[in-house]
Write a new protein. Sequence first.
Length: 180
Amino acid sequence: MRKRLIQTLRILTFGTSAAEIAEAAAVLPLLFMVLIGIFWFGQAFRIYGTITRAAQDGARAAVAPACATCAALGSTPPVNAYNAISDVLTTARLDPQQLSRLGTPPSVVSCNGKSTACGTEPKICVQQNIQLSDPAKSGTGMCGVSVTFQYPYQFSLPFTSLSQQRIQIPAAARVRQETQ
């Protein structure tokens, strides 16, 4: 009886023919690829959230009235917006020097016939005096500021088509201009 039990245990122990090792060798690389993908897409989502917040802060800074003492320092709405965006990016440990304008500025309707050009800041597009709401629907149109830019991100997913691919993540925000 004892001899038979030992034989049965030996068969169970050595009779698997390393099937578990083969299954692990097939499944573990796929599992690691999924985990690495979750990490890199999480990083892209973090950057997207950060630059969206930066665009919102930049738009708020662009509509803020310029202070009398700042005029000598060249405090214009595009400069205010860029400084606010830089502060948010620096806090999040992103490089503000990597900012760039979108390929084509968003099409907007001008408010009061004033210019809606992108402004002088080379890394971001600040469009002032834009129509935020349709006057036909709301009775009076609201004027505001639009801030747009993009930030690069490079995926690093080995053995995929996304490996070392650089994408541009866009950010945009619009803020209503307050009348005083």
